[in-house]
Design a protein around this ligand. Structure first.
Ligand code: S3P
Length: 426
């Protein structure tokens, strides 16, 4: 799909967003192995979270869905059924990596696969700890999907993550649910902790301190009635659009503000953003609030070290803000970006160049000098949802029509994105 984007003078309005993708995946998977019926409200509308529900159905889980309302009849820790077909994770790294932790502990064979992009993403990072727990997994070339997961009985491990990855952390913790004893995961840098919060809410026995998580195996998980907060990573596109376009003013209600995600807001404020959070509340252990932002001049800055891990999904759209900032934006320690849905260092740089924006590329990041203007351009999502949405925002600031090829990729996390963006034009 070719999406045409006209320039916007400014954006204005009040909006609320579909449920957080990360939290939706975790609630669905834990609901499937809990006892009783879990009700999830504001479930993510993205294709990725639909892939998770599809996989759960293939594992014998009754899932009832009415758009954002999802009811899951949990089958208990030992109740999943052997799948009659290959589990389809679609484009979703979270689905394949996190669900594999559960699949590796089953008494049956399973096979899980995905689309072309997912089939190129590294799985060694989950295979290695799962095998250390006693799992038996075959992968294409030893590293890529599809994964063939053989029956196994897992034992607890003490595992230091070699990469900062919430997906890998979650995979090991989910596997640890099925192992006797205490599974310990040590993180090199703090990553999103939705898994730890959700595990506790579902009734697991978990201890977390100083980036060390200890989980007691074989808990009885109970069903929940939960509401997924709005997705802060989706909010990021609107926040940047408002900061880019003079006179903009928006309020986004009910957004997830977990501190492992909200460093985005601290970073924007540190760069000069006129941004306020109101009506803070806690929903099932997750902080939620409203974000108000007005256009403001942005200084620019550096994203490196632990901050890179905290902002990893927002870097594409922040690179765009960097071009319009006073001093520009430098991103380092971001080689993980090269193995996302696309090589996001390359796809950001390619589209920025199409818009006439100068960018310097490093193996582990990029530098976008400030005070640059965006030219209208023929852009490409390269099949990556965050690239499609980030460049739709950049296109608003260009003085003429731009097009984005493959814009349908946005539906992987945020099918409503283009309609909501259009609705904010003032
Ligand atoms: C996610 C973790 C991150 C992030 C992804 C969602 C999660 O991936 O990029 O969009 O829900 O745990 P990594 O674990 O590969 O860093």
């Amino acid at each position: 799909m070719l999406q045409r984007i006209q320039p916007a003078a400014r954006i204005e309005g009040l909006l609320s967003l579909p449920g957080d993708k990360s939290i939706s995946h975790r609630y669905a998977m834990l609901a499937a192995i809990a006892e009783g019926q879990t009700r999830i409200h504001n479930y993510s509308t993205g294709a990725d979270c639909a892939s998770t529900l599809g996989c759960l159905r293939t594992l014998g889980v009754a899932v009832d869905r009415d758009i954002t309302e999802v009811a899951i009849n949990g089958r208990g820790l030992d109740g999943l059924l052997p799948p009659a077909e290959t589990l389809d994770a679609g484009n979703s790294g979270s689905t394949i990596r996190m669900l594999s932790g559960i699949l590796a502990a089953q008494r049956f064979e399973s096979r899980i696969a995905g689309d072309d992009s997912l089939s190129r993403r590294p799985m060694q990072r989950i295979i290695q700890p799962l095998e250390a727990m006693g799992a038996s997994i075959a992968a294409r070339d030893g590293r890529f999907p599809p994964l063939e997961i053989h029956p196994a009985r897992l034992h607890a491990i003490d595992y230091a993550l070699p990469v900062s990855s919430a997906q890998v952390k979650t995979c090991v913790l989910f596997a640890g649910l099925f192992a006797e004893g205490v599974t310990v995961v040590r993180e090199p840098a703090r990553t999103r902790d939705h898994t730890e919060i959700a595990l506790r809410e579902f009734g697991a026995d978990l201890d977390t301190r100083a980036r060390v998580i200890s989980l007691h195996g074989r808990p009885r998980l109970h069903a929940l009635d939960v509401t997924v907060p709005g997705d802060l990573s989706s909010a990021a596109f609107f926040l940047v659009a408002a900061l880019l376009l003079p006179g903009s003013h928006i309020v986004i209600e009910g957004v997830g503000l977990n501190p492992t995600r909200s460093e985005l807001l601290d970073f924007l404020i540190a760069m000069g953003a006129d941004l306020h959070v109101r009506n803070l509340a806690l929903h099932a252990g997750e902080p939620v609030g409203d974000i108000e932002v007005r256009h403001s001049p942005i200084r620019g800055g550096v994203i490196e070290k632990d901050l890179t891990a905290a902002l990893i999904d927002e870097i594409p759209v922040l690179a765009i803000l960097g071009a319009a900032s006073d001093q520009g934006l430098t991103v380092r320690d971001a080689s993980e970006l090269r193995i996302k849905e696309t090589d996001r260092i390359a796809t950001v740089a390619d589209n920025l160049a199409r818009m006439g924006v100068t960018v310097e590329v490093f193996p582990d990041g990029l530098r976008v000098p400030g005070r640059q203007k965006f030219r209208p351009a023929e852009l490409d999502s390269f099949g990556d949802h965050r690239i499609a949405m980030a460049f739709a925002v950049a296109a608003l600031a260009a003085p003429g029509e731009s097009t984005i090829a493959g814009a349908e990729a946005a539906a992987v996390s945020f099918p409503e994105f283009f309609a909501l963006l259009e609705g904010l034009r003032a």
